[in-house]
Design a protein around this ligand. Structure first.
Ligand code: BGP
Length: 477
């Protein structure tokens, strides 16, 4: 057995990391247009305050807003069956609180979606990918306020109605469990702890993060129910980071530490979004964190009524857990890992583990028995252009080949895997570092960390390789 005949091969991006055009056609200022961190802006060595004159990477990005036709034509050349992109909330509701949506923003996504459909590429839309109208963070402290639920739903309803019949697959939030890992507090939830937009180094207030997460769960459930009502063909996915966690040793203490990590990071969020209720272990997790969630009267029913249709996740690395506080930790960009001596790491310290993907897929399917889409996976690398202008990214081909093989093995194990979108199918701005130098694409974009370059698109070696993978439905790796 191998991949299904209608397996959805493709790639994934996010609005703020590729569109640019941050202040045109009525778009409002989003979180990503102002958010900072020491690493995200390291090329500039400054942490600026909100200053529209400052060149944040999202301001121009790779100017996909004006070049989407060229980019989608390249995806079509590779044979994409699906393209995962996100809609920028601030193009639709610039401050989040307008009564009427911004027609120019809606029109842009009409055009983008039509362009996909022209090539029979299925759009897979992320509704909120690490951004929201910035003003809502100052006014309400983002998702820490329950007010966000209605504002989000207004935006969600607008786009689901507008693109009805064209878009079937929806992901209400990107990596909603990033909030568990703290860096998501500003990036994903818009919480301004102590007024800080430095998302890696905020003061940590778990109570705010987890209450905000509860609001996101309720919003996701209401959105799911609504999307099903608007069109029964709509398929809604939960979307989380999944980092397989191994015990550092076979000591029972390490096994317990592993279980703890798995519950907190990998399972808490999908358990709620798929089963429609908090798992029993949430009570003790929250007690240890000193968190108490405020429920409103019908929250429990709402969570039950809006469970998702499929499981979507990002997979880049695996991790280890230990009960021993003295074991060395490696700083991944976003997740702090215990070093696994058996694995190689990427240039950015992410532990590469294709076999862990097979294991993860089996674990996930055993637990939920829902169709699964792997919606982010790939290798961030510093690609070098040869003198003849080519980019020989064999390391990326190796990485993807091994991960696709792992998906194949998992399919043979019986897992219902329905799609795969590699991250950053065209080079774009890194979410965690703000760099262009951390490239994931099959398509090279001529732009550097100083913002210089022609923005020309150049096919890398991996472009033809992925084309062949899709052509042969994963037979020829
Ligand atoms: C995920 C995010 C993406 C993306 C990817 C790679 O967590 O959903 O937005 O950027 O990670 O991360 P980075 O860009 O930091 O290399």
């Amino acid at each position: 057995m191998t991949f299904k005949e209608d397996f959805l091969w493709g790639g994934a991006t996010a609005a703020n990391q590729l569109e640019g055009a941050w202040n045109v056609d009525g778009k409002g200022i989003s979180i990503s247009d102002v958010c900072t961190s020491g690493t995200r802006y390291k090329s500039k060595q400054i942490i600026p305050d909100l200053n529209p004159a400052y060149e944040y990477p999202s301001h121009e990005a790779i100017d996909h807003y004006h070049r989407y036709k060229e980019d989608i034509a390249l995806f079509a050349q590779m044979g994409f069956k699906v393209y995962r992109f996100s809609i920028a909330w601030t193009r639709i509701y610039p401050t989040g609180e307008e009564d009427k949506p911004n027609e120019a923003g809606l029109q842009f996504y009409d055009n983008l979606i039509d362009e996909c459909l022209k090539y029979n590429i299925e759009p897979l839309v992320t509704v909120s990918h690490y951004e929201m109208p910035y003003i809502l963070t100052e006014k309400y402290n983002g998702w820490a306020s329950r007010k966000m639920i209605d504002l989000y739903l207004k935006y969600f309803e607008t786009i689901v109605r507008r693109y009805k019949g064209k878009v079937k697959y929806w992901l209400p939030f990107n990596e909603v469990n990033s909030a568990v890992a703290k860096f998501g507090a500003f990036l994903s939830q818009g919480i301004l702890n102590g007024g800080s937009k430095d998302f890696m180094n905020q003061v940590d207030i778990p109570q705010l993060r987890f209450q905000a997460l509860h609001h996101q769960f309720v919003a996701q459930a209401k959105a799911t129910k609504l999307a099903h009502e608007i069109d029964e063909n709509n398929k809604i996915g939960s979307m989380t980071i999944y980092a397989t966690t191994y015990p550092m040793t076979c000591k029972p203490e390490d096994m317990l530490a592993t279980q703890h990590m798995n519950r907190l990071m990998n399972y808490l969020c999908p358990d709620v979004m798929i089963r429609g209720e908090y798992p029993t272990y949430a009570e003790s997790l929250y007690k240890d964190l000193g968190v108490e969630i405020k429920f409103e009267d019908n929250d429990k029913e709402l969570l039950k009524e809006g469970t998702v249709d499929f499981f979507a996740f990002s997979y880049y690395m695996s991790s280890c857990a230990t009960a021993d506080p003295n074991v060395e930790r490696v700083e991944g960009n976003i997740l702090t890992n215990v070093k696994n001596p058996n694995l190689e790491t990427s240039e950015w310290g992410w532990q590469i583990d294709p076999k862990g993907l097979r294991y993860s897929l089996n674990e996930i399917y055993d637990r939920y028995q829902l169709p699964i889409m792997l919606v982010e996976n790939g290798l961030g690398a510093n690609d070098i252009m040869e003198e003849d202008g080519s980019i020989q990214d064999d390391y990326r081909i190796d990485y993807l080949r091994e991960h696709i093989q792992a998906m194949k093995d998992a399919t043979e194990d019986g897992v219902d895997l329905i799609g795969y979108t590699t991250w950053g199918c065209i080079d774009l701005v890194s979410a965690s570092t703000g760099e262009m130098a951390k490239r994931y694409g099959f398509i090279y974009v001529d732009k550097d960390d100083e913002g210089k370059g022609t923005l020309n698109r150049i096919k890398k070696k991996s472009f033809d390789w992925y084309k062949q993978v899709i052509e042969t439905n994963g037979e020829k790796l």
